[in-house]
Design a protein around this ligand. Structure first.
Ligand SMILES: Nc1ncnc2c1ncn2[C@@H]1O[C@H](COP(=O)(O)OP(=O)(O)OP(=O)(O)O)[C@@H](O)[C@H]1O
Ligand SMILES: [Mg+2]
Length: 315
């Protein structure tokens, strides 16, 4: 049994308009996706802005109303769970956000920020709580003096580590990491990612790692799903996605990885231009008449791609 199984998940938002404020249309933010997260792994969910990544992540932590489909946590559908079951679930599934400045309460001290989930779920004495928070600060490499400081007194990378400490406070089994390093400088990104890996090894946590950047995901994820307009266009192992990409959208995301090496920059730019040209010319072959991805077809034991049968047969 997988830790998480997402089955045909749909999240549609109503659009209201007119002076009667009637529902006139809907945004299909997530439109029938399937994937599983195994215990201890980092699963990558990648796509451009607006593809539905955050909506998926928020559904998994229970912050979003699911339109249809199911999300099984250790075999139990949490979209239908009783409140009681959800308390345990909420302890086990936590989230970290891209923007640490707006996701950490500016008027609260680090002690209270990190202790908040503990207060919700466990009943520790003030002394034990402080000991636990000090341990957590140590785990993420922040010094004990941080306890009584406020979020604005830290750098972006340090703040992100406070967010990580808060997320791991209840010993969760899964952390949804929504663009956890996108707001940080490259050098600081590596630091924070290393902390995430260290914590994973120590506590056996799984991550759902959300990003628009296949460059970052490469160093973190064993399995990856590529999302476009609420659907998955390609799913596979790291090797499937980076060595044998099949969907034009995946190839385009690969070409968009920022090139750090100056010697290869020209080459990458050229490659990007070529892919863009193919994308413009052939894009209709890759999407259905509504411009949406086709259903996924299995091409190897681990690799799935959203292409029409004819296209696959031709290669
Ligand atoms: N509360 C909402 N009401 C209506 N539409 C919404 C709501 N939240 C998100 N959407 C729409 O759903 C789609 C998916 O949004 P989502 O935030 O999941 O994308 P994303 O992949 O996380 O993008 P980004 O990379 O910019 O964070 C977008 O078209 C967005 O405008
Ligand atoms: Mg998002």
């Amino acid at each position: 049994m997988s830790l998480i199984e997402i089955k045909n998940l749909k999240v549609h938002y109503p659009i209201r308009s007119g002076f009667l404020n009637r529902v006139t249309d809907q945004v299909k933010a997530v439109d029938g996706i399937n994937f599983n997260i195994e215990a201890g792994e980092t699963y990558g969910l990648v796509g451009e802005s607006g593809s539905g990544k955050s909506t998926t992540g928020k559904s998994v932590v229970g912050l979003e109303n699911v339109t249809s489909g199911s999300i099984l946590y250790e075999g139990v559908d949490i979209t239908k769970g009783s409140a009681r079951r959800n308390i345990k679930y909420n302890q086990n599934v936590q989230m970290i956000f891209q923007d640490s400045l707006s996701s950490l309460n500016p008027r609260k001290r680090v002690l209270d920020i990190i202790a908040e989930p503990l207060r919700n779920f466990q009943h520790l004495s003030a002394e034990d709580e402080k000991i636990r928070v000090l341990q957590l600060l140590d785990t993420v490499g922040l010094n004990p003096e941080s306890l009584y400081k406020y979020p604005h007194q830290f750098s972006g990378g340090q703040r992100q580590r406070i967010g990580i400490a808060r997320a791991v406070a209840t010993n969760p089994k899964l952390i949804i990491a929504d663009e956890p390093v996108s707001a940080l400088d490259l050098s600081v990104q590596a630091q924070v990612l290393n902390f995430m890996k260290k914590i994973q090894r120590e506590f056996g946590i799984s991550y759902l790692f959300i990003s628009h950047d296949l460059g970052v995901v490469r160093h973190m994820c064993q399995n990856i799903a590529i999302m476009n307009k609420g659907r998955l266009v390609e799913v596979g192992t790291r090797e499937d996605i980076y060595e044998h990409p099949m969907h034009i959208y995946t190839k385009r995301l690969l070409a968009a990885i920022p090139e750090v090496d100056v010697a290869h920059r020209k080459e990458r730019q050229q490659q990007r231009k070529e892919i863009e040209k193919i994308y413009q010319e052939q894009s209709s072959q890759y999407y259905d008449k509504d411009g949406l991805a086709y259903p996924l077809i299995q091409v190897s034991p681990t690799h799935f791609v959203a292409l029409p049968e004819e296209k696959l047969a031709k290669g």
